[in-house]
Design a protein around this ligand. Sequence first.
Ligand code: GDP
Ligand code: MG
Length: 176
Amino acid sequence: PNPATSVKLVLLGEAAVGKSSLVLRFVSNDFQENKEPTIGAAFLTQKCTIGERTIKYEIWDTAGQERFALLAPMYYRNAQAALVVYDITKPASFIKARHWVKELHEQASKDITIALVGNKFDLVEDDEEDSLRKVSVEEGQNLAEEEGLLFFETSAKTSYNVNEVFIGIGSKIPDS
Ligand code: GDP
Ligand code: MG
């Protein structure tokens, strides 16, 4: 079999948007309704097969609290990929996502692959009255287009589009 390509990936985003839940879904295909907050950062690995290639993700899941933001550069400095996550029911988390994208473009590796991820898609209802959506698909798409990012809306709860994020990122990573 082909040797796996190792890819360092970092998750960034406001507290409680679902970063750890996305990782738990991807790594263990599990979901916890009351996930305990991440302290500092957590490290996990998961392999992902894309066509003929195997990618071994080395995942740094960071804490969203302000007091940990100063540590973020330690995690994204050597990263080949980043997921910038927001909660589609929380406009403030989308503003925070913009800031993370800007910081990555200024401070991270020039060839980092970034995916913008709007999580908690399960809280969207077709009937606007019942829907908790506060950030439109277009807002997400526009930011992704302006900044050259991959874009996904996901649900860690239902697993909607979660694997697609990692397959999408992996497809953009050159063989090393
Ligand atoms: P983090 O701080 O960004 O790592 O967020 P967590 O993964 O700890 O999730 C924060 C809260 O949101 C927890 O109560 C999760 O159960 C919940 N959560 C995470 N992802 C989803 C999702 O896709 N849908 C819903 N409804 N809740 C979610
Ligand atoms: Mg967390």
